[in-house]
Design a protein around this ligand. Sequence first.
Ligand code: ADP
Ligand code: MG
Length: 621
Amino acid sequence: MALLQISEPGMSTAPHQHRLAVGIDLGTTNSLIATVRNSIPEVLNDEEGRPLLPSVVRYLANGHAHIGYKAQAEQSNDPKNTIISVKRFMGRGLKDIAYAEHLPYDFHDEPGMVQLKTIAGIKSPVEISAQILATLRQQAEDSLGDDLVGAVITVPAYFDDAQRQATKDAAKLAGLNVLRLLNEPTAAAIAYGLDNASEGTYAVFDLGGGTFDISILKMSKGVFEVLSTGGDSALGGDDFDHRLFCWILQEAKLAPLSDEDTRLLMTKAREAKEILSSKTSTHIDAKLLSGESVHLQIQASTFVEMTQNLVLKTITPCRKALRDAGLSIEDIDGVVLVGGATRMPQVRKAVSELFQTTPLANIDPDKVVALGAAIQANLLAGNRAAGEDWLLLDVIPLSLGIETMGGLAEKVIPRNSTIPCARAQEFTTFKDGQTALAIHVVQGERELVSDCRSLARFELRGIPPMAAGAARIRITYQVDADGLLSVSARELRSGVETSITVKPSYGLADGEVARMLQDSFTSAEGDMKMRALKEEQVEAERILLATQSALSSDAGLLSEAEQSTIAGLMNQVSELTNQNDLDALHAAIKALADGTEEFAARRMDQSVRSALAGKKLDDIS
Ligand code: ADP
Ligand code: MG
């Protein structure tokens, strides 16, 4: 998705009316909440001064929960009831979760989203995330002492509609008013001021606790567009901890460990890893429950060596994301570092070498997403300084259209339209006496419905019977600020109406969006020909139906010879309808239209005569 700046008149507020809004980075490993105070974005710390909240929730037998550091510390004692990385389960069914069988949880496979059986009952990922969000909200209200007007919550750029919807639901459950969901790489770019300062193409390199995401963003004429995304959902800081943990086992010659000792040493490994980002060596000291103890010293160079291939694993997805965007290294104007694990110097070095530029890293990489979200939230809440009278808006990545006769896709909202937006188009009935209309909502750039993605089908029923073409059906497409589409159809003469809400980007990864666009460019010419043929076939069917209907009521106006001439012309059209000869079909349709001109004139005379029957000239002039 992309972002556009537009000015919204009358949204500026006086300084004393500052409205409190927050940005939330709901992370897999850690979550943060930030706000803008006196024009400066800042992360709101907890009461002990800690900016991060580990995204961990432990459920207790009494129905309560421990959240954050406390839950993280208890994780090894109670793995079944201590949920980590719940973000991986958001909007996902059991079959979508990799390694589900290796996780300590008691999954409960529900249609839709997976649920977890805990000592405090069955919990959905939405509820668990809501616990984290509610904790952050409390943290913000404690330090700001006011009620929040709303929050911007970040999600990975590749999150599909189900995952986005689940995130929104969690926020609502936590009592937050969601101003907008924002893509994480876009939030990071906003924090660096790339939204209003620079034109160019940026790579956002995000190495978190358990996931690696690379996004290529393009900024031009005020529009932010995610050109491609990629990454590795099973690569992050945790893997570096694990390497160091294995090294400790080896160096200290330890026997197989209990779960508690494993957890303890993993924590020690993480601490050492984080220290080695800024020191050339450190000590690892631990007293295990088994009675053994560990006293080791490790050099940063040793750690770099043992994690070299993990660093290398980030490079391939970067190259692939560039390729998907149709770009090469030289096209990248800058790189933004996101995620705590990008603090490691060896990661920074690899990124610099690959992109041949020093990455932007002066904003804390684990705060940058929350800070960008706070800036966006502040604007959406209506707090803006003079000269800042603009809003960031998303655009839809693929056109939204409707199926028309002949299997053609008619675009109702073209791609890259800024959202929220609404467009209406009028359609009519095809057959005499048609009382229902099937509406098929599609997404994509191609001309044929079969090449687009089907989003929803519904029917408008109860149209009063009328002649073909007499009904006026207005179909309205409306996309809200979060990209959710609703479609309504209304027959204007009778007022019959129906509507449906669909999810336009459901399950579409950005790679797929790119592929669908690519397909539409490469097949544009073939599509145009196919479209012309389909349109002619629809026209053929229409003229046959109309002629048939005229004959059945007014055949008496024609001589037998005339009737058989028309029948011959109809046959010709009907035979050519299913062949792929556009020119021949076009000629046959024209012949039929010409051949029935006289018939149409006689019918017209007759209807005028019957309408005027019994009326004096004065009445009608
Ligand atoms: P997520 O986006 O998955 O919630 P974060 O961006 O908070 O994750 O990153 C968490 C990871 O960053 C953890 O693996 C943590 O150990 C690592 N990390 C944090 N600080 C440092 C540091 N100074 N050096 C190396 N790794 C760090
Ligand atoms: Mg993150």
